[in-house]
Design a binder for this molecule. Structure first.
Ligand code: HEM
Length: 399
């Protein structure tokens, strides 16, 4: 099989938009990723996305960001504030697993720390499974663990979530309750469209498992990268720390960090017919590797200093500040506006801004004075070749 690697911004962007290139990064992670939205192609993808996108609307993100998430944020941070700090990898997962459970449609009836821990353990394992292509672990051993995590997700969380939603949907159909009383999440819209989608139960488990890990890991990791970049950028400069009191500026910092640290540093596609990609003619079955990490540092787009963190960077009007971090084209991230918000202009009215979940978490952490500790420095995650954090201990200096 021939492999073509692209790392220029324009070439990667145009490849991501090509309908005849099909997802290929998750072939190794089939145990969880087989047949889920991100790996579907053509009509099947359009149909599934058309159903699931109903959950991901701007007005709902605004409501979620202003009404639902602040409560989760404070409840999750409370014990860490009491103890003066904690590991941001752990805190990040606790926050984001609640976020993805809300959107995926996984109920947490007990609302206990133990229940959250269980869901985190399952989600982390599913995430390891999805990104198996970059894993440094024994594949067969990992596959068995991921299979067990899917079974646990199903028996401990999903089955009860399905039963509750089916009862609510029956009550809506019978006119006993209003439509607005059924939950707004992916599981509910799939159950509503079950005849249309023809999804069997094992596929439903994988789909919901995919959602749990798609949002949780990338959100948590993006928060940590942003905080790390901000701390290094501000250093001992009081003026820079003062600028971080402006939430719009923090949002720009977050998007600059998202550009430098795409959660998925590369995208892979397979050509479904002979075609022209970048400067190459490629044959059917060829693999196209898109180096998003390098594309997001393309000097012709982001400037000669593209490698450095500059929250004041000017970017061309047709390019997102976060570059290709949320993808583009057919598989564009459905959580992009939820996590990234809508990038605000300097001086915009704060009340009407939608900052995005990553920025909201970073704003709160900065307000708590979250700082790394020289005697307990952050450690990379050694279980993957992806640039993820394994531990990121911080102390809250303003508590
Ligand atoms: C900073 C956080 C996030 C980043 C960087 C990110 C990044 C991405 C990227 C790059 C893709 C496309 C992959 C490709 O083209 O091969 C994607 C797809 C997707 N993301 Fe995200 N994501 C984030 C958060 C979320 C959240 C919070 C959710 C849901 C609650 C989510 C749901 C999805 C879904 C459903 C897809 C598949 C879309 C499709 O195939 O049509 N993501 N994401």
């Amino acid at each position: 099989m021939s492999v073509h690697r692209l790392d220029a911004f324009q070439a990667c962007e145009s490849a991501l938009r090509k309908r005849d290139l099909k997802q290929a990064l998750y072939d190794a992670g089939k145990v969880v990723m087989d047949g889920v939205l991100l790996t579907l192609h053509g009509d099947a993808h359009v149909e599934r996305r058309g159903v699931e996108v109903r959950v991901f609307r701007r007005n709902f993100f605004k409501y979620y960001e202003k009404e639902v998430f602040p409560v989760t944020l404070e409840q999750t941070l409370a014990p860490y504030i009491a103890s003066g700090g904690g590991d941001l990898v752990e805190i990040g997962y606790q926050l984001t697993v609640n976020l993805t459970a809300d959107f995926a449609g996984i109920d947490r009836p007990q609302r206990t720390a133990q229940e959250t821990e269980r869901l985190i353990a399952i989600t982390k394992k599913l995430s390891e499974g999805a990104t198996m292509v970059h894993s440094t672990r024994d594949k067969a051993e990992l596959e068995a663990e991921v299979g067990a995590a899917l079974t646990a997700l199903d028996s401990e969380f999903l089955q009860a979530s399905v039963v509750r939603r089916e009862a609510l949907l029956r009550a809506v159909a019978a006119g006993e309750i209003a439509d607005t009383e059924s939950p707004r999440d992916v599981l509910t819209v799939i159950l509503q469209a079950r005849d249309e989608l023809q999804m069997d139960h094992p596929q439903l488990v994988r789909e919901i498992g995919f959602y749990m890990q798609a949002g949780a890991h990338s959100t948590a990791n993006s928060v940590i990268h942003a905080l790390h970049e901000i701390e290094q950028w501000a250093g001992d400069d009081a003026d820079r720390w003062a600028r971080l009191g402006d939430p719009i500026f923090v949002q720009h910092c977050v998007h600059e960090s998202l550009r430098l640290h795409p959660a998925s540093p590369e995208a892979w596609r397979t050509a479904t017919c002979p075609m022209h990609v970048g400067a190459d003619d490629v044959a059917t079955g060829a693999r196209i590797e898109l180096d998003l990490f390098q594309a997001n540092r393309d000097k012709s787009v982001f400037g000669a200093d593209s490698e450095i963190f500059d929250p004041d960077r000017a970017v061309p009007s047709n390019v997102l500040r976060s570059g290709l971090t949320f993808g583009i084209g057919l598989h564009t991230c459905l959580g992009r506006e939820l996590d990234g918000g809508v990038v605000a202009k300097k001086g915009a009215d704060i009340e009407s801004c939608q900052f995005g979940i990553v920025t909201l978490i970073v704003i709160r952490l900065l307000a708590l004075g979250a700082r790394t500790m020289p005697d307990d420095p952050p450690q990379p995650d050694t279980k993957t070749t992806r640039p993820n954090w394994g531990r990121f201990p911080v102390t809250f200096t303003k508590v």
